[in-house]
Design a protein around this ligand. Sequence first.
Ligand code: BJW
Ligand code: ZN
Length: 245
Amino acid sequence: MVEDVVDAILNARYLVALTGAGVSAESGIPTFRGKDGLWNKYRPEELANPEAFARDPEKVWRWYAWRMEKVFSAEPNRAHYAFAELEGMGVLKTLITQNVDDLHERAGSKNVLHLHGSLRSVRCTKCGYTFEVNEPPKIPPLPTCERCSSLLRPGVVWFGETLPPDILERAFHEVEVADTIIVAGTSAVVQPAASLPLIVKRRGGVIVEINPTETPLSEVADFTIRGKAGEVMGQIAEEVKKALF
Ligand code: BJW
Ligand code: ZN
């Protein structure tokens, strides 16, 4: 199966990828859903939406500060490096990710589109002032804006919020021109990200899915590899390298 996927990748005219939380699982970052999912311990509707933040900002901020801590001290895994290598070889054009960690960039990926924002980014709820952080805020007290003293929030996209329009537009453009897409480590249930591979497919393109478990995308995928992204992508990057160099 890996050989067929390597052939599909080598034959692709324009290859893109869509990644999700499963790609960072082997770096010790819990996924959202599934048996080891974060949200088994924390109800998502309590934490990842604007209403929850308005109701109890301290509770939501504590969760994010804990996750920032985890992500900032994590290291990229073989999957992150494999995507960066494919880009470096000129094979992968763009990496679209739902992940709010920066492990793709730290592995060396350059052309990365973050659909759901970043845990490195913090934004003022009132004036919109946005800046990067290298460590989580210490809570309490709740973090406030240095410009207007209003409450700060994590620079991520919550349910019911729109995705950054410029990033979304670029992501749509990428899947419009792509003829092959690797979809790795996502449960493919959160919209609009989950629809992006279908746009490639609708135009006659190829979907390659890498995930240990079935997803709604599995039945339309042209190739499905049931395995961990680190192992599978590592093998794919090696084989592509051997074929090209
Ligand atoms: C491995 C592995 C290994 C494990 N290797 N794999 C009804 C119908 C359609 C849409 C909607 C609807 N009602 C509402 C909506 C819209 C809503 C939505 O999609 N809801 C659905 C859940 C029903 N979407 C939105 O609200 C979005 N905004 C929007 O659409 O605006 C317009 C609009 C608004 C309102 C109504 C209608 C339109 C915004 C979505 C924002 C998502 N935000 C989050 C939180 C980000 C901040 C944070 O991190 O806290 O983004 S939710 C969470 O899910 C996070 C993720 O990026 C996202 C996707 O999760 P992902 O990456 O797929 O992770 P998991 O955990 O789900 O899956 C992990 C996978 O890895 C599993 O499959 C494992 O098997 C696999 N795995 N180990 C490879 N080693
Ligand atoms: Zn402000």
